[in-house]
Design a protein around this ligand. Structure first.
Ligand SMILES: Cc1cc2nc3c(=O)[nH]c(=O)nc-3n(C[C@H](O)[C@H](O)[C@H](O)COP(=O)(O)O)c2cc1C
Length: 305
């Protein structure tokens, strides 16, 4: 029997598959399609201290092998989340990670303080949302600001801190090092890549926000390259994200250096994606003769010369 368990830092997961932030809501709709107790974990939609309506529509556009979104962190606000969504999520029986996005460092810290008193398994600091004007990607593009924010969060919560990084930088490995120096327990990469889709007849961008974040299979090679680079730069665990559609994709991310993965856009195409991917991993492990999924992590051998 294949052993799919992994540990991200000191949190054990039943398997390495976590639903990515913003593509699974709080799990309410998705529980109609699969037993959510069977997936490794769910990462909540990105939360802000106050409720947000997000950006005006259209805010999604299909692209070749992927999609652009400019949702702009639509969410019910942190207080409403704690009262109305978190108790539901905790009962689902998988690990719960809460993704938070502040307008400024103090907002992140306020949410971290309040999450410390809950039973969430980890806090994902969203340092990477490309669709809002303040905080987030601005902080996540500057290593000094990343280190300072993670270190300040470390002071206000004992919860595991995961830093979710943006690929829209020159060196994601430098950002990961900064998160590690600040005391992050794991880095999560990648968030979406900035892109634009154009309507030729209108001569206008399709998205009302003009630009959006690219996700889906189109970004997988970029995400794999960034995971492989980051694996050589830090010693904390990496959670790999970007274009995962199959069990084979998950194992590629693990070979590149990921301890666990998050699955995003695939959920929007097929609401049973996470569960199907877990079954595929198990079947591939049997074929490969691998008994523990963790044996794949970091086994990439680069060609020399
Ligand atoms: C519609 C949509 C909304 C998203 N919202 C968030 C969010 O609130 N917070 C966050 O950290 N990432 C958000 N993401 C990024 C995903 O979590 C993930 O990092 C990215 O889509 C790459 O993975 P994928 O190719 O598997 O989708 C969102 C992505 C999509 C497609």
């Amino acid at each position: 029997m294949a052993d799919l368990t992994v540990c991200v830092g000191n949190i054990p997961f039943a398997n390495p598959v976590i639903a990515a932030s913003g593509t699974f809501g709080f799990g309410r709709e998705m529980r109609n399609f699969q037993n959510l107790g069977r997936i490794g974990g769910i990462c909540s939609k990105g939360l802000t201290l106050l409720p947000r309506d997000g950006n005006p529509a259209p805010r999604v556009a299909e692209t070749a092998s992927g999609m652009l979104n400019s949702v702009g962190l639509q969410n019910p606000g942190f207080t409403s989340f704690l009262a109305n969504e978190l108790p539901f999520m905790i009962d689902l029986g998988c690990r719960i990670i809460v993704n938070i996005a502040g307008n400024d460092p103090e907002e992140y810290l306020e949410m971290c303080r309040r999450l410390d008193a809950t039973s969430v398994d980890a806090i994902e600091l969203n340092l990477s949302c490309p669709n809002v004007k303040e905080g987030c990607m601005l902080i996540g593009s500057n290593p000094e600001m990343i280190e300072k924010l993670v270190a300040a969060a470390r002071q206000v919560t004992k919860k595991p801190l995961w830093a979710k990084l943006t690929p829209n930088v020159t060196s994601i490995a430098d950002m990961a090092r900064a998160a590690e120096s600040g005391g992050a327990d794991a880095v999560v990469l990648i968030n979406t890549l900035l892109g634009i889709a154009i309507d030729r007849k209108l001569r206008r961008p399709i998205l009302r926000n003009n630009i959006g974040g690219l996700s889906g299979p189109a970004i997988k090679p970029i995400a794999l390259r960034m995971v492989a680079e980051t694996y050589r730069a830090v010693s904390i665990p990496i959670v790999g994200v970007g274009g995962i559609m199959s069990g084979n994709d998950v194992l590629e991310f693990m070979i590149a250096g990921a301890t666990a993965v998050e699955v995003g856009t695939a959920n929007l195409i097929k609401p049973t994606a996470c569960q199907d991917i877990i079954d595929e991993i198990r079947a591939i492990m049997e074929l490969d003769g691998v008994s523990e999924v963790g044996q794949y992590t970091g086994t990439l051998e680069l060609w020399n010369g």
